[in-house]
Design a binder for this molecule. Structure first.
Ligand code: CP3
Length: 357
């Protein structure tokens, strides 16, 4: 199904929901919605490296728009990657089929960190700004807001130390234990770069920022408090009045009270969190986003329908709810299952509370 522009001039649902206003139905978008499960993305990918796609604003814009045109999602997320920020620290990355990201050179010692220099973010990542500007221009006719994003400092640091993806963060944890001061220097440097990077995105005109601390949920309570939380806090604190930030951290149910205490505008819940409980315990001035298990979308439609039906009490009674997954959409997801979810949300019963105010 192809969705074309709407004629209504109403505030986009996403922005209403971010402000915790009642909406006739919840806005929907999906983490990693612009990507490998889409045949139109795969087609482009046959001809270009991932790097080429993110560095060419016309192609990045085309991919950003794909889930809007195909499904009618209520928000676009910029096609890029959290790893681009490491280029502003003089490192580079590439993706290898079946391996994932490879970061070069990766960091082994204190001295490696002392050698890092922050390059001018707005020059190095000028291509991101151009991709945002072009996407915003094209999104105008769909009246769909654009979401920008960044990795939180801990997650970015973990990629720089591991040199790629890791399920245990063994190298990162050993590095933190051996060189805690150097780790803080690294985190502060990434945080400074990320502040500049968010500034670039906000100036270019994104409506919301998704901050991914994907791997911080693998930390112990003490390490989370020492190495992840203070740097998330810096970013949220600096940007609270400038742009709504959604905090996402995989396996974060234990840490949600800490994230909530930062008073973010939006909490993006992973699929293990008890959404019903969170919907009633998180203060109603904080919007919540989530949290279907991405694997639900690989299951039969009846199962998906049952999962969605369970969301009805939240949809109908909790202003400030954004329907999303609890992590990124998987490459093997059938596109018709994504369409089913979007169509279900579009036809879902209105909120039982007034949508006038
Ligand atoms: O959400 C979107 O659709 C916008 C684009 C986007 C990508 N990556 C494109 C991408 C976003 C928001 C990201 C964020 C990202 N990247 C995160 C945080 C979110 C999460 O999923 O936890 C992380 C940890 C990364 C790092 C990364 N990038 C990995 C581990 C990989 C390889 C495996 C994978 O998940 O695809 C990537 C590559 C990547 N980023 C692809 C895409 C479309 C696949 C590249 C390809 O075509 O081969």
């Amino acid at each position: 199904m192809t969705h074309t522009s709407s004629v209504s001039l109403k505030t986009p649902l996403l922005l209403e929901a971010i402000h915790c206003k009642p909406t006739p139905r919840p806005p929907i978008w999906m983490m990693r919605q612009a990507g490998r499960y889409l045949p139109e993305y795969q087609k482009l990918r046959q001809h270009h490296e991932f790097q080429h796609l993110i560095k060419h604003p016309d192609l990045a814009c085309e991919i950003t728009l794909q889930p809007i045109q195909r499904f009618g999602m209520d928000a676009a997320i910029l096609f890029s990657d959290i790893l681009v920020i490491i280029e502003a620290l003089g490192l580079s990355f590439r993706f290898e089929e079946k391996v994932g990201p490879i970061i070069e050179p990766c960091l082994h010692t204190r001295q490696d960190i002392d050698k890092l220099k922050l390059l001018p973010v707005d020059q190095v990542l000028d291509y991101v700004k151009n991709a945002i500007l072009l996407s915003l221009d094209t999104l105008k006719s769909y009246q769909t807001p654009l979401i920008g994003f960044a990795g939180a400092p801990f997650t970015i640091a973990s990629y720089m130390i591991e040199g790629g993806s890791s399920k245990t963060l063994e190298k990162t944890k050993r590095f933190m234990a051996t060189y805690p001061k150097a780790m803080h220097r690294l985190l502060q440097l990434i945080s400074t770069a990320t502040l500049d990077y968010l500034n670039l995105q906000v100036k270019a005109g994104v409506s919301m920022i998704q901050l991914f601390d994907t791997w911080a949920g693998l930390l112990s309570w003490e390490d989370f408090n020492t190495f992840a939380l203070p740097y998330i806090q810096q970013l949220v604190g600096q940007y609270r009045d400038k742009i709504p930030i959604a905090l996402f951290c995989k396996y974060s149910h234990a840490y949600l009270p800490l994230l909530q205490a930062l008073n973010p505008r939006i909490l993006s819940l992973d699929w293990q969190s008890n959404l019903e409980q969170m919907a009633s315990s998180i203060p109603t001035h904080i919007a919540i986003q989530g949290n279907l298990d991405p694997i639900d979308l690989l299951c039969p439609i009846q199962h998906i329908k049952a999962r969605l039906t369970k969301l009805l009490p939240i949809i109908q009674h909790r202003p400030g709810y954004i329907l999303n997954l609890g992590h990124g959409i998987l490459p093997s997801t059938p596109v018709d299952h994504v369409q089913y979810v979007v169509d279900w949300v579009h036809s879902t019963p209105s909120m039982k509370i007034s949508c006038q105010d």
